[in-house]
Design a protein around this ligand. Structure first.
Ligand code: THU
Length: 160
């Protein structure tokens, strides 16, 4: 038996105002998207905005359902909208923000496991990394240069 360590690298910004201007704009779009969240059950509202290589921005927000598992996260709403409407455009960057009616969200909210898997598929499809910025309702912003930085040992189509 050998033991191996897997390490990853993230970049941490103190706040949105520290981000490059074009990423701040994308994060503003994510905030705009957050306002369209339909989250009557969790009261946790997430917005995602992604920018394509042609400069188009696609937005998504979480959409809940009385049958809980039928709901969908903001990240997948956005990425599937991009896949459906711009199938040949590469996705460059995704910005994500979350807020809650119950308490302030003061730490960066990373995409859930299912969303990571979905984003990983699009990295595979386009053969280029997708960078991700995620934050709470205010405070620090985390950045990764590729989805794979937050999904070690990813399952992908080369196993099929
Ligand atoms: N949610 C997202 O939209 N993205 C995530 O990555 C984490 C969770 C949503 C799903 C559900 O509507 C609510 O947040 C609480 O889990």
């Amino acid at each position: 038996m050998i033991e191996k360590q897997i390490s990853t690298t993230i970049q941490l910004f103190d706040s949105v105002s520290e981000l490059p201007e074009q990423i701040q704009k994308l994060m503003n779009k994510a905030v705009e998207a957050r306002h369209t969240a339909y989250a009557p059950y969790s009261k946790f509202k997430v917005g995602a905005a992604l920018i394509l290589e042609n400069g188009e921005v696609v937005m998504g927000s979480n959409q809940e359902n009385a049958s809980y598992p039928s709901g969908l996260c903001a990240e997948r709403t956005a990425i599937y909208a991009a896949g459906a409407n711009y199938p040949n455009q590469k996705i460059k960057t995704i910005a994500i923000t979350a807020t809650s009616e119950k308490q302030e969200v003061l730490e960066p909210i990373a995409p859930c496991g299912a969303c990571r898997q979905a984003i990983a598929e699009y990295e595979q499809k386009q053969k280029e990394p997708i960078e991700i910025f995620f934050t709470g309702s205010r405070g620090k912003v985390m950045h990764v240069k590729s989805l794979l930085d937050i999904l070690p040992l990813a399952f992908d189509n080369k196993f099929l």
